[in-house]
Ligand binder design. Structure first.
Ligand SMILES: [Fe+2]
Ligand SMILES: [Fe+2]
Length: 156
C-alpha cells in the first residue's frame, strides 16, 4: 500500500519522539553528572519540539491539497527501519547502560540520519508556499546539531 504524505509525517513524529525517549534515557544514565544530564534533557526537549512542529503542520494542512501526491514507500521503509533501530538501542541502553563517549556517538549517528530531518523538510516539498518557514527550521536544525558538536567537544 502506498504511503501518503500524512503517513510520512506520522512516522516522522514517531521518530522525533523516539529520539526524545533515547535522550531521556541518556539523561537518566548520567544523572550524577548534572551538566551532562541537563544537556541530554535539553536535547530531548528539542526533539519533542520537532515532533510538535510536525503536528502543527499536520493540522494546518489537514484540508490542503499537496502539490502532487507522491509515493513514499522507499523513504518510509527506510524511516521505519531507522525507528526500529533507535528503539532497540534505547532498550539496550536501559538494560545495560552506556558510556558517555558511546552515547555521544549514538546521538551523532541518529542526528546524521536523513530520517531524523525528513519529516520537517518533506512538508515543504509538498507545500512550497511555506518555504520561508523551511529557512527558519533549517537554522534551528543547524543550531540543534551545533549543540551536539559542543557536547562532543566537552565530553567526547
Ligand atoms: Fe529531531
Ligand atoms: Fe535531533
Amino acid at each position: 500500500m502506498a504511503s501518503t504524505w500524512k503517513d510520512v509525517l506520522e512516522l516522522a513524529v514517531a521518530i522525533e519522539l523516539e529520539c526524545a525517549a533515547l535522550y531521556e534515557v541518556f539523561a537518566k544514565t548520567f544523572a550524577d553528572k548534572r551538566e551532562l544530564a541537563y544537556f541530554w534533557r535539553l536535547y530531548a526537549e528539542a526533539e519533542r519540539y520537532h515532533a510538535a512542529s510536525i503536528r502543527i503542520h499536520q493540522s494546518a494542512m489537514s484540508t490542503a491539497r499537496p502539490q502532487g501526491e507522491q509515493g513514499y514507500d522507499a523513504e518510509s521503509t527506510d524511516a521505519a527501519a531507522f525507528l526500529a533501530e533507535i528503539r532497540e538501542e534505547r532498550a539496550r541502553c536501559e538494560r545495560h547502560g552506556i558510556g558517555v563517549a558511546d552515547a555521544l556517538r549514538l546521538a551523532r549517528r541518529v542526528e546524521e540520519h536523513s530520517a531524523e530531518l525528513h519529516g520537517r523538510t518533506q512538508f515543504f516539498k509538498l507545500f512550497p508556499e511555506f518555504g520561508d518557514l523551511l529557512v527558519k527550521m533549517a537554522d534551528e536544525d543547524k543550531a540543534h546539531r551545533d549543540l551536539l558538536a559542543t557536547a562532543e567537544k566537552r565530553w567526547g
